[in-house]
Design a protein around this ligand. Structure first.
Ligand SMILES: [Zn+2]
Length: 354
């Protein structure tokens, strides 16, 4: 059973015959998918995708809450009963696991930017490939985004080992229940840095196949390059730039404050001296024309406002196109993965009674 709260404002008028009619109606639903609406003289029906019955407003009722039964089982296992998880497992052994971050972005974007982008892609890909997904893990590996102590930046980071333990326990739980292929999806590039050890551990110990799908971002934007207006010099796939701002404009426009946006800022840390060059957020730094040096820098050492790309040429249309493109790519990958046979040889979760 799925409950959706519907509330709205109606203005009512009498027509020439004295009948009450609805002059206008605005309806707010706690859902991103708008319903199709049909009306006659005194009934409004909201036909909601995935529901087998409509919400019916009977005039003069201002709002009602109706319980509908979803035709399709939920994709997010947080909304599934164990019966529905068992149904999923009869159909597929693949599951998507969205991993985000909670970290400082430019002043126009929320801390959850990477989380929201990851979720936008995973929700659509799960539907396109018909596989379930776990709830989002809203924290990731973001020590470089902590800012200075007491400055109130708000970033929450996991230490590398904490993060690996979390990934490991999530994976073992899902393998325990019967999933064999685990597709971790993350828009936060730095989450990838600390993950190899955990993914190998999962694969070697269980035989299951963990996969890390980084949504095209940072320097790896080949898949979406033609959708972006920024020049390569403007680092379109990087922090708070065109890609991230556009997707947020599409997925969570209520959280984008463009009046606060600032021009991009990227430079080598001033304390290093003038011989060093930095053009994007990669962990490397250029010295004498070569970029083979890696230094664990803090984000505020090389960007004054956590804005590396150009946010001013962003649009919700670009954001929608990006989410469509990436979610289709991910869904196609998942469809291929469904065909692969992965023999799991260890499915226990040791720290339990029996
Ligand atoms: Zn980001």
């Amino acid at each position: 059973m799925k409950r959706i709260r519907v509330h709205g404002n109606q203005s009512i008028k009498r027509d020439k015959e004295g009948q009450l009619t609805i002059a206008s109606i605005s309806i707010h639903m706690r859902s991103r998918v708008p319903p199709s609406i049909s009306t006659n003289t005194n009934i409004i029906q909201l036909h909601y995708k995935g529901m087998d019955s409509a919400f019916i407003f009977k005039y003069p009722t201002r709002s009602i809450l109706k319980v509908c039964t979803p035709v399709k089982r939920p994709y997010n296992i947080l909304e599934c009963s164990y019966i529905e998880v068992q149904e999923w497992l009869k159909e597929t052994d693949v599951i998507l696991i969205p991993i985000g971050s909670c970290e400082k972005h430019g002043p126009h974007l929320p801390l959850g930017t990477d989380s929201f982008i990851t979720l936008a892609v995973v929700e659509k890909a799960a539907e396109k490939a018909n596989v379930p997904h776990t709830p989002l893990l809203p924290y990731g590996y973001s020590p470089h985004h902590m800012g200075e102590p007491g400055k109130g930046v708000g970033s929450v980071t996991l230490r590398g080992r904490t993060f690996r333990y979390l990934i490991y326990d999530i994976a073992l739980s899902l393998i325990y229940h019967g999933f064999n292929k685990l597709v971790f999806v993350s828009h936060h590039g730095s989450n990838t840095k600390v993950m190899d050890d955990a993914l190998r551990d999962i694969r070697y110990r269980t035989g299951a196949l963990p996969v890390w799908y980084k949504t095209p971002t940072e320097r790896d934007i080949k898949l979406i390059k033609d959708l972006l207006k920024s020049s390569p010099e403007e680092a379109p796939g990087w922090h708070s730039g065109e890609e991230e701002t556009s997707v947020l404009m599409y997925y969570r426009p209520d959280l984008v404050k463009m009046e606060r946006a600032q021009p991009r800022s990227i430079h080598a840390p001033k304390w290093l001296g003038e011989k060093f060059v930095k053009t994007d957020g990669a962990p490397t730094i250029e010295f004498m024309g070569s970029e083979n040096i890696w230094i664990p820098l803090e984000h505020h050492e090389y960007s004054d406002n956590a804005t590396i790309g150009n946010p001013f040429i962003s649009s919700p249309e670009t954001g929608r196109a990006i989410v469509e493109r990436i979610s289709t790519h991910l869904a196609e990958f998942v469809k291929e993965l469904k065909k692969v046979n992965v023999p799991v040889h260890y499915r226990d979760f040791k720290e339990r009674a029996f």
